[in-house]
Design a protein around this ligand. Sequence first.
Ligand code: BGC
Length: 736
Amino acid sequence: MEIKELEKLLSEMSLEEKIGQMIQITGSMLSVDSLITGPTETIEISDEMLSMVGSILNIEGAEKMREIQKNYVDKHPHHIPLLLMYDVINGMETIFPIPLAQGCTFSPEMVEQAARISAKEAAASGLHVTFSPMLDLVRDPRWGRVMESTGEDPWLNGVMGKAMVRGYQGDSLNKEYNISGCIKHFAGYGLPDGGRDYDNVEISERTFREDYLPAYRAAVEEGCRMVMTSFNTWNRIPSSGNKWLLRDILREEMGFDGVVISDYSAVEELICHGIAEDGREAAKLAIEAGVDIDMVSSVYVKYLGELVKSGEVEERLVDEAVMRILKLKNDLGLFENPYKDSSIENEKLLFACQEHRELARKVATSTFVLLKNEDILPLKKDGEEQLAFIGPYSDTVQLYGSWSFPTKPEQTVTIKQGVEQKKPGNIFAPGSFILDEEQRAKCGVRENYTKEELSARMDEAVEAAKRADKIVMCLGEHRYQSGECSSRAYISLPENQLELLRRVYQVNENIVTIVFSGRPVELKEVSELSKAVMMGWFPGTEGGSAIADVLFGDAVPEGKLTMSMPRSLGQIPIYYNNFMTGRPNKTGNPAQPCMCYVDEHTTPLYPFGYGLSYTTFTYSDVSLSQTEMQKEDVITAKVTITNTGKYTASETVQMYLRDVKGSVVRPVKMLRGFEKVTLQPGESKEVSFEIREDMLRFYNIDMEYVSEPGEFYVYIGTDSATENMASFRLIKTEGK
Ligand code: BGC
């Protein structure tokens, strides 16, 4: 439709019809099976209004979707189609590794391909919008939702967010299998006090702009068509009622012209937050702040009409919001074809098809982060070595993360299946349960077992360990211990699994441990008791085959951590790009007053960017094309990297910058470039990065986004702890 036709349509719609577009309901309100991801109360809505709502969330399946769409369009006064939305976070039917793991690939190309496949399967199922990418910066692993983010680096999150948006949306929404992305959760949801989901967020405006906003901004610039508000407050104002955030920052400063949707019931929750007296005030605050769609709350449906009729809310605000929604529908081509790509045939063709599974396997192998390896990995495929796979993850389909609702668990390749296919004849023993007896995971998931059952499992595993030459311990959190509303006060592995590891260690020290989790976990003891440790995260549908590929050396680990792995809970929050203090920790000796603990190191167990390979790489010194920079100059920074080991492998070469002196203190390091290179044994390659003045900008003392002259360090190395550096001076800048 031409824009003029859309405007005509809008002018012909009644106020009720327009408000209908601004309401989102769950499928359960239409009496169809629907996933409920928020409070279970249904909203009060008349049948007449029900037939005019603009969108539905969290239903799937081409047959059902087509039927719902057909009934709806037929009855709607102007035959406006519905928008159908869902949380396709790790994939639809083919489940990819969780986003935190995808970040560890340092491969935006792979992340884009994974998003593309997720979009294809989602579109086949009838969906038009996915609630992804989640671009909240995360620094506290207690928060359960760190699994949905790509990590602790503001710039890297933006790079990955852009890749996801490209994967979902392609170059035009109405083309085959393209769906809209939705940036969330705007803004600053990633730092709730104490890591408790939904709790207050306290971030200064400077930190908010400098560290928290850039990733959302990057995805807006990539053209993402929807933004979701966050549950949290910023500056003591909940996002869904924060006009400054949604109108001044998002629309004015960032130039976002798409649809803003609230998070689930967040508009109504303005009452609970204590900034609205009742639903009527909540509706007024939210529309004035700029919320276009009220996701599953009773507020717009009940009060928006009377607020407009009484003149308390300008109808213009409703018109603007509805126009944005209609435009999205139009750009998706729904007025011409309300079913878009949904068909049972497409589902059959695409769902977990060979091509998708192959990519899921490739992506998963690239997400594993090898943290330690004392000459035990890779395992030998041929020969007599007896292997025992011990632990509750050694033979389970539960290898996918939270938000994998649409998949069928039986699609998953277990570790047992994966390794037996490569090298049959291994021993498998669960040895323990995932959760401790008193532990509950989200949704009240609890494993019921007696002490005798646990002890029988452990005894069996210890016997297996005695018979084996090498042991692969498959341990981890429950998949529902991370995700929404799954914050943890302890981030260690469940005690019954640690006990299992200790007992196995007593009889056989040849231990490789693979850790499955949705967050960085405390690994000090695991690391001490294992010759090798690898993060498997939640690897998805092809998890078992990917683990087997890496264990047996058919693929070489190449993942790099995108969240620092703390030594202990007390170090949290811990992130690499922190600040120099007046008394930095130079000696690590608390006898000299400095920034340190008396009972723990200040450094993490494994830093951001860290990850080993089966081969070794050496880096040359950093060389710079010039050591003085004028504003227009581009400096090229170079290193030569050499594969000095025995395996062909990939390494992510990372470039960090440090602004030595600013009008406000600057981070000790900031990731500003990376390149993944694959080298054969003995091969060398020169890797270069460009440094431009705009990469040096920050919010100065007057909150202007500028660079300041002075010295800059350029670090290039294998992780954020690298000291391999050179320096240059920025000579002159002329403001913005
Ligand atoms: C979550 C969102 C999600 C929405 C819809 C909310 O509870 O915070 O991330 O997209 O539910 O399922």
